[in-house]
Structure formats: C-alpha cells, structure tokens
Design a binder for this molecule. Structure first.
Ligand SMILES: CC(C)(COP(=O)(O)OP(=O)(O)OC[C@H]1O[C@@H](n2cnc3c(N)ncnc32)[C@H](O)[C@@H]1OP(=O)(O)O)[C@@H](O)C(=O)NCCC(=O)NCCS
Length: 174
C-alpha cells in the first residue's frame, strides 16, 4: 500500500508505535460517537483496535501532521453492496484539527487513489443525520446523495440509528 502525500498531510500505514497518538484523539467523547464507536477508555483498548482494525490492513491510512498521527481514513468493505469494485469511505480526525479543511483534503486524495490506483467503480459513504461536519466533507467531495437508510445501524450503546447514504462513481469523480 502506498503513502499518499497531500498539501498538508501524509497518509501512511499505521503501526503499533502510533498507538499513543490514536488513543489521544480516540478517547474524546466528541470523536467516536459521531461515527458510531465507543470512546476508548484505556490505551490497552486502543492497542486492541490497532491490532484488529488498523495495523497491516490494506487501504487504511493514518493521517500524519506535525510528526503525529491525528486521524485515520480508509476504504473498507461496503456490506450493503455485493460488488468487489466498490469500497466505503470512513474517517475520523482529532478534534484539535477540525474545521481546517483537512479531512476534505484527505478524502479527496483517497478518492483519487481508490479510482486511479485501485480501479474502483464506486465509492460509498454514510453519516448519521446530525453529523453535519461529516455531511459537509461528503458534499465538498462531490458525492451523490442516495437517500436515508432507516434503522441501518446498531451503535455501541445499543441504540438503532438511521444513516444518510451517498456514493460517487469513477466517471463522476473524473
Ligand atoms: C467529520 C470530520 C472528519 C470533519 O473533519 P474536518 O477536517 O473538520 O472537515 P473539513 O474542515 O474538511 O470540513 C468540515 C465542514 O463541516 C462544517 N461543519 C462542521 N461542523 C458543523 C456543524 N455542526 N454544522 C454545520 N457545518 C459544520 C465546517 O464548517 C466545514 O464546512 P465548510 O468548509 O463549508 O465551512 C471531523 O469532525 C471528525 O473526525 N468527526 C468525528 C468522527 C466522524 O464524524 N467521522 C465521520 C463519520 S461518518
């Protein structure tokens, strides 16, 4: 998997050495719950997530800035679509860096990688209706709004949530 360099960021594979940086933003109550995951309570919890979800996974990048990992972004399986040319975009950023256009910059670069290098035909993304920051990232990247999938997700609290679903095709991106 290749590193991706953008104007302000380096997207690169995560290693276990990044655990403390990932814990630093993942413990916030403002980050995980907006994406449906529980804030990390201990660094051991982060270590486990690093091992099972991040390290050694294809197409999941740490977002590096100021020599630190400040977020992650990835192209993961889309369980709603039985199509191996489709991936779903997911991302999270340390709240210290919100509102500077950084995730839009990272997402655009990952979309370009997905279409140009992985030759995907379509990339999807979802967000919870009240997550307006993520909605704006998605809109700024040029995604097409498909509709709301009602009662789509059971989150870590057990609560059932609707998601707003979007996609962009290779042709639309070019
Ligand atoms: C969503 C998230 C990735 C956005 O990252 P970011 O780097 O701040 O995004 P950008 O700066 O590129 O764009 C954010 C946009 O949302 C807007 N925005 C942020 N909060 C908003 C709110 N409450 N209401 C309306 N717009 C909002 C910003 O003004 C900006 O839009 P603009 O450029 O038109 O002004 C970041 O907030 C995050 O990590 N949140 C927690 C995890 C998460 O939500 N992951 C996504 C799950 S779908």
């Amino acid at each position: 998997m290749k590193n991706i360099n953008t104007k302000n960021l380096k997207l690169r594979p995560l290693t276990m050495d990044d655990t403390a940086d990932v814990f630093a933003y993942s413990k916030s109550k403002n980050v995980g719950p907006r994406a449906g995951w529980k804030p990390h309570e201990t660094i051991e919890e982060t270590e486990e997530i690093m091992k099972t979800i991040f390290v050694g996974q294809e197409n999941i990048w740490g977002i590096e800035k100021d020599q630190r990992i400040i977020g992650s972004i990835g192209l993961i399986d889309d369980h709603h679509r039985q199509n191996d040319q489709v991936r779903m975009l997911g991302y999270a950023l340390s709240e210290d860096y919100w509102g500077q256009g950084l995730m839009t910059e990272a997402a655009r670069a990952v979309l370009a990688y997905g279409f140009d290098t992985l030759a995907l035909s379509l990339i999807s993304v979802v967000h919870y209706p009240e997550n307006l920051g993520s909605q704006r990232v998605i809109e700024k990247c040029g995604f097409y709004y498909e509709g709301t999938i009602r009662q789509a997700d059971k989150i870590y609290t057990g609560e059932i949530r609707d998601v707003k679903a979007y996609s962009i095709t290779s042709a639309e991106f070019q």
